[in-house]
Ligand binder design. Structure first.
Ligand code: GLN
Length: 245
């Protein structure tokens, strides 16, 4: 199968090598005989509704977020239509914030979001930085990663987090929630090494994208020896950091 990926603003939102997540998806697809076709969706580009199985948006500083926020609004309807038709979406950090309704940045400026996820974000003074370990009961798995954000994200009452914080700050440092999940849309603060360290989540995203292609969604298991080791190293670092902060 061909899995069509729309990478939003790769030139602006790519800190902590978020592009590495795409490389992982491509390799894991290839290992199962599928091909990942990645196209950039930059400023001024229309959303090719129906022709993208997975949208991806990475992290960025407030400055880069401000540069893309207005353009993202022009893509809002197309992205909503695509998601309603079953496309998958993975959003990391700065991109995650813009998938909510709004983001008030460190300077106090309000950036509009596209409301694909039921949440709002306001920047605080202290940055929340370090290794994170999450419990994802919905998948019976854990996610290990790294966070670095000033934004405090508040989920609506009925919103589903991506995971519960075991170690680290998560969305806001107090709720014990990290990320958000709605159907095939996932948002998280976990950066670049998210998919390299968490192969089950990479496969979840791939399976969701495959479901949109209408093809078979089963993914044969891979060995993942190094990947599991990377997860465990990261989880140990998060544990060494101690309890929730
Ligand atoms: N600018 C946002 C924040 O600090 C996002 C940062 C990021 O993507 N690392 O909250």
């Amino acid at each position: 199968m061909r899995i069509r990926v729309g990478h939003l603003y790769p030139d602006y939102l790519n800190i902590y090598a978020d592009r590495g997540n795409i490389a992982v998806l491509a390799e894991r697809a290839r290992a199962r005989g599928h091909q990942l076709d990645v196209r950039a969706l930059g400023i001024g580009d229309a959303v090719p509704v129906g022709q993208i199985d997975l949208f991806y948006i990475g992290g960025g500083q407030d400055r880069e977020q401000a540069l893309v926020a207005r353009d993202l609004l022009t893509k809002r309807d197309g992205l909503h239509d695509a998601v309603e038709a079953g496309a998958a979406f993975l959003a990391v950090c700065g991109g995650y914030q813009l998938l909510g309704r709004s983001y008030r940045d460190v300077a106090g400026d309000d950036l509009p979001g596209i409301g694909l996820l039921p949440l709002e974000t306001v920047a605080g003074e202290r940055r929340m930085i370090g290794d994170v370990l999450l419990e994802c009961a919905w998948a019976g798995e854990t996610l290990a990663g790294f966070e670095n954000h000033a934004g405090r994200t508040i989920l609506d009452e009925d919103a589903e987090p991506l995971g519960r914080v075991v170690h680290g700050f998560g969305n806001d440092g107090v709720s014990g929630c990290e990320g958000c999940r709605r159907g095939r849309v996932y948002g998280t603060y976990l950066h670049g090494p998210l998919l390299p360290r968490n192969p089950w989540f990479a496969d979840q995203v791939l399976a969701d994208a495959l479901a949109h292609t209408g093809g078979e969604t089963g993914l044969a298991p891979l060995e993942d020896v190094l990947e599991r080791e990377a997860h465990d190293v990261s989880a140990r670092r998060a544990r060494a950091r101690g309890g929730r902060r």
